[in-house]
Every structure is written in structure tokens, then in C-alpha cells.
Design a protein around this ligand. Structure first.
Ligand code: NAD
Ligand code: MG
Length: 341
């Protein structure tokens, strides 16, 4: 049985009037080119160089997304020899709590090191940035990249081959020849943490960084429900039949071309836990104890390319991490109830 969605809590926890007025403002910017052009004059801009976001080191040694005001961005563009009208090529991302519009801009045609010097920051691969950024900034960095990539790969109409034209906010592209409107897309993906009651099943693909294991995942096929996709993926990848699906949450994930992750917990019969791995998809899949999982959650790597532990899990922003954390919490609770450590 699926658990009820958690959306009501999410909505109720927000300041209603502030939230509604921000959403209405964004709706107007999305649809009204003139209003969006006006908003660009007082915007906050995230820069990406070949899809890598610009980060800045703080005085305490941590990192944050570099957010540039319009006037600062125009000055930087002038300094690197670019026309300031280039600002108009930005895409609308959202607005801050103070109602200031936020945009993303791809600057991959400009000299990277000159820009880094001008901006007092550095362009960092997004997967690595997820390990460096404070929690609330990762979704924004991901959305910025996803929107830029979608526009870069949807410049032509798939029916006519003619160029598509964006609106000012970047919420859509139109082919004037066929009349088709294209909207940014996400591919639905199921992700599931399978438990046998005392252990959980994690897997790794050959392309993962060494030592990283994650929950099982897979793209939904055309016509499938989330539940069908989830049963099929687990059967395909590890040869097990799952039961007791419990919805956990969802997230946008910018890779490979924007996925919409639907996350669940599931169980298997503890007498039927032998995995039969599809080696075309997975390099390894195995059962992990509560102790192994706790250790991995408490010691995340700081940099996914250096000093890696023998076993580690995806960064806290990834919904796989949320599933693993929830499973560990639930195990801890049941251990307390049974008087175990
Ligand atoms: N945020 C998270 O915590 C998290 C965790 C795990 C996986 N993911 C993401 O989920 C995505 C899917 O997981 P997976 O790799 O296990 O999927 P998967 O098991 O379905 O295998 C991927 C293969 O499916 C095929 N495929 C079918 N539909 C596709 C589509 N729309 N786009 C691309 N390929 C498609 C391709 O052949 C591809 O190689 C990955 O891109 C990964 O980035 C996110
Ligand atoms: Mg998979």
C-alpha cells in the first residue's frame, strides 16, 4: 500500500500570502515577455560555463553558488569584451524569498579563467558541486543546469527540422513553421530501497565513482505506472520480487537529461533474498547491514574524486540518500524498541 503524499505538510509550512504572491509574480514573468525583460534589470544571475555552475568560497572556507546582480554581471561582461545585451539570453529560474527574480546564463563561449578571475569564483562540475554546496542551493544549481541543457538540445523542431524560438523567460520554445510548442521535459524514473527487514539492498553501475553504492533505479517505460515500473526494474536488475511499496518522496534530478525521481521503500521475503544481477546494467548489488549503512551516512566523502572510503552512498541532496537515511532511522527505532544498540 502506498502511503499518502506528503504535499499538504509542504504547502502548509509556507507563509501563505508570501508564497502565493511570489508564485503569481513568477507566473507573470513566465508568460509576459515584456515583464520578464523588465525583471532582468534587477535580477540575480547564476553563471554556468559549459553547464558547470559558478561557485564562490566563503570567508569560513565553505562554498556557495555565486549570485550576481545585473549591474555587476554587465560590468563583468564588458570587462571580458562581451556585449551587455547578452544578459537577455538568460533563463528564468525562480525568485528569492524577497521576491527577486533569479536567472541562469550559459557563458561557455567566453574565456573561463578570465571569467573566474572577474567573478572571484570557479566553475565546478555539477556532480562535484552537490558535495560542496549547502543543502538548499543544490536544487537551484540543478534546475539552472537542466534548463540550459534543455534549451541547448531543443533548438530545432522534431517535426519540421526548422529552428525553434524561445520566449523571454525560457519556459517554452515554439516552431513557427509547424505551430508546435515545446516545454522543458523530465523523464520519470523510479528509485527504490529494498529491505529484507534487517538489511538493505544497494547496487552500483560500472560508471559510478569507486565505492559508491545507491538504491535501485530505472526509467519508466511508456504506459507504465510507478508501481509497475518499480516491480519490473527490481526484477530486471536483481531478479527479486518486491512487496509493501511505500512512497517516500520525489525530486528533479538533472542527469542525464532531467529525470523526475519517484522514490519508494519496498520489502522482500527474508527467505528469498538471493540476488541475480543483470551484469549489463549493474557491476554489483549486495545487502548491507545497519552498521555498514550508519558508518557510510556518518562519514560522507568531501570530494567524490579523492580520499574515497571503501563504501559510501550518494550525497545528501540525492533522493537515494534520503531513502537510505529513512531506512537507517527506522532500523534504529526498531532496535531501540527491541532493546538493541
Ligand atoms: N537522485 C538520485 O538519488 C538518483 C539515484 C539513482 C539514479 N538516479 C538517476 O536515475 C536515472 C536512471 O537510473 P538508471 O541509470 O538506473 O536507469 P535504468 O536502470 O533504466 O538504466 C539506464 C538505461 O535505460 C535506458 N533508458 C530508457 N529510458 C531512458 C531515458 N528516458 N533516458 C535515458 N536512458 C533511458 C538506456 O539504455 C540507459 O542506458 C539515472 O540517470 C540517474 O542519474 C538518481
Ligand atoms: Mg537502473
Amino acid at each position: 500500500m502506498l502511503q499518502p503524499f506528503k504535499l499538504c505538510n509542504l504547502v502548509l509550512s509556507r507563509s501563505f500570502s508570501g508564497y502565493v504572491s511570489r508564485i503569481r509574480y513568477l507566473m507573470r514573468l513566465k508568460e509576459d515577455d515584456e515583464a520578464c525583460r523588465e525583471a532582468l534589470k534587477s535580477g540575480n544571475f547564476l553563471l554556468y560555463h559549459k553547464l558547470s555552475p559558478l561557485l564562490r568560497k566563503t570567508s569560513s572556507g565553505t562554498y556557495k553558488l555565486a549570485s550576481l546582480k545585473t549591474s555587476d554581471l554587465e560590468q563583468i561582461l564588458e570587462n571580458v569584451g562581451k556585449d551587455t545585451h547578452f544578459v537577455n539570453e538568460s533563463f528564468l529560474l525562480g525568485c528569492t524569498d524577497k521576491g527577486e527574480p533569479q536567472f541562469s546564463l550559459e557563458v561557455g563561449d567566453l574565456d573561463r579563467s578570465a571569467l573566474e578571475k572577474e567573478c572571484r569564483g570557479m566553475f565546478v562540475d555539477l556532480r562535484k558541486a552537490f558535495f560542496m554546496l549547502p543543502g538548499p542551493e543544490s536544487p537551484l544549481a540543478a534546475k539552472g543546469q537542466a534548463l540550459l541543457r534543455w534549451h541547448q538540445t531543443n533548438c530545432y523542431c522534431s517535426a519540421t527540422g526548422q529552428p525553434t524560438v524561445r520566449n523571454q523567460s525560457g519556459s517554452l520554445r515554439v516552431c513557427h513553421s509547424s505551430g508546435i510548442t515545446y516545454y522543458p521535459k523530465m523523464a520519470p524514473v523510479v528509485i527504490v530501497l529494498v529491505s529484507d527487514g534487517s538489511r538493505c539492498l544497494l547496487a552500483r553501475q560500472a560508471m559510478f565513482p569507486p565505492g559508491m553504492y545507491s538504491a535501485l533505479s530505472g526509467f519508466c517505460d511508456m504506459g507504465e505506472s510507478m508501481e509497475e515500473a518499480l516491480h519490473r526494474e527490481v526484477a530486471e536488475e536483481v531478479g527479486l520480487e518486491v512487496e509493501n511499496l511505500q512512497y517516500s518522496g520525489s525530486q528533479h534530478w538533472p542527469f542525464p537529461q532531467s529525470s523526475f525521481m519517484l522514490a519508494c521503500h519496498a520489502t522482500v521475503n527474508p527467505d528469498k533474498t538471493k540476488v541475480n544481477i543483470d551484469k549489463a546494467e549493474l557491476e554489483d548489488a549486495r545487502w548491507f547491514t545497519y552498521e555498514e549503512i550508519s558508518e557510510a551516512l556518518q562519514n560522507p566523502p568531501r570530494d567524490p574524486r579523492r580520499d574515497l572510503p571503501a563504501f559510501w552512498v550518494p550525497p545528501s541532496y540525492a533522493i537515494a540518500n534520503q531513502l537510505i537515511q529513512e531506512w537507517a532511522n527506522q532500523q534504529q527505532l526498531s532496535r531501540k524498541l527491541h532493546g538493541l544498540k
